[in-house]
Design a protein around this ligand. Structure first.
Ligand SMILES: NC(=O)c1ccc[n+]([C@@H]2O[C@H](COP(=O)([O-])OP(=O)(O)OC[C@H]3O[C@@H](n4cnc5c(N)ncnc54)[C@H](O)[C@@H]3O)[C@@H](O)[C@H]2O)c1
Length: 315
């Protein structure tokens, strides 16, 4: 089987994880890592027995590197992705994809022009329970969909210093709402603020409303001393609760409570495997650059709504 030659750019907390998974996958051949921090690049390269680079241009000149995953700081993801796309590489970019929608649009255009895959690291979509909920919505076993409530709270990981909780955390739930509802929100109202973080918001309450009358409520913060990642989806016939951490799914209807069991799977492995398979087989990925752009637009609208204290309508 042909393997996809891959490299990871940015070998911090998340890039190191990605490097491990790419090394484990049958579909990929991990060739190199790159980080502006030479020590970090060398240490990860040594651990996984690949070449270390500090100069991205030099690494991107390698013909055997066909695809890259970009895990740099959120505010320089776009600049790095643009270089990779211009060098003809397929790209998986971490969320939030870009600092603003203008940058994200440029990435989309470049990927399209160069006929390259551009996918975004919305990891939650690869948690098995999400597919169960998606199917229950599509085949209406949940009844008519009413709303979704997401909670994503924990302590502030201080290494994240360049974006706030909306673009770092709530963006996952924004993407899940778009995916499950299969519809774009028409308006957003949000209240955000900062208690510990000096520069950016560290708590956010976001409400998205949809034309069909459905709504999503997202609570995100970096103030809670324990980690919660949950989703509750309410339909007219059943309520589905997913714990993203344990991957436990609970379904309640008028008569019973059920817990369909899916074997725990590492979502990052499923995500990177999907990326590699799509690039190898030239198939459209589950998550495209457009999903990244749309989620970013909604995140920006949430921040604007909080700043002006009003509902922001979305086009
Ligand atoms: N999808 C998820 O669930 C998930 C989880 C964690 C992090 N992330 C994302 O991954 C990205 C990295 O987060 P992290 O927690 O690993 O941060 P981190 O600070 O631990 O690592 C970032 C690394 O990027 C390197 N870097 C910065 N600019 C670079 C450049 N131009 N070229 C090469 N290397 C560069 C830094 O030196 C650092 O080693 C962020 O965008 C974050 O949102 C996603």
């Amino acid at each position: 089987m042909k393997k996809l030659g891959v490299a990871v750019i940015g070998t911090g907390f998340w890039g190191r994880n990605q490097t491990r998974v790419f090394k484990e996958l049958e579909e990929t051949e991990l060739l190199a890592v790159c980080d502006i921090n030479a020590e970090r690049a060398k240490s990860v390269a040594k651990q996984f027995n690949v070449e270390a680079y500090t100069n991205i241009g030099k690494m991107l000149r390698r013909k055997d590197v066909e695809a890259v995953s970009v895990c740099t700081w959120s505010t320089n993801l776009a600049k790095t992705v643009l270089k990779a796309l211009q060098a003809g590489k397929h790209v998986l970019v971490e969320k939030p994809m870009a600092t603003n929608t203008k940058q994200a649009e440029k990435l989309l255009k470049t990927a399209e022009k160069n006929e390259l895959h551009l996918t975004v690291g919305f990891l939650m979509r690869f948690i098995p329970g999400i597919q169960h909920i998606k199917n229950a919505i599509e085949n209406k076993t949940i009844g008519d969909l009413v709303c979704a409530t997401a909670k994503r709270v924990s302590e502030w990981p201080e290494r994240i210093g360049d974006v706030g909780v909306v673009k770092d955390m709530a963006i996952h739930d924004i993407d899940i709402a778009r995916y499950l509802f299969d519809e774009e929100p028409i308006a957003v109202y949000a209240k955000t603020g900062n208690m510990k973080h000096k520069k950016f918001e560290d708590y956010a309450h976001i409400m998205l409303t949809f034309k069909s009358g459905k709504s999503t409520f997202i609570e995100s913060n970096w103030l809670t001393p324990y980690k919660t990642r949950t989703l509750v989806v309410t339909g007219s016939k059943a309520i589905m609760k997913l714990d993203y951490i344990s991957q436990e799914l609970t379904i309640e209807d008028a008569k019973e409570t059920m817990q369909p069991r899916y074997p725990w799977q590492e979502p990052l492995k499923l995500e990177l495997q999907h990326f590699a398979n799509c690039a190898l087989k030239k198939e459209k990925p589950l998550i495209t650059g457009i999903d990244g752009l749309k989620a970013l637009k909604i995140a920006e609208a949430a921040l604007r709504s909080s700043a002006i204290g009003k509902v922001v309508k979305l086009k």
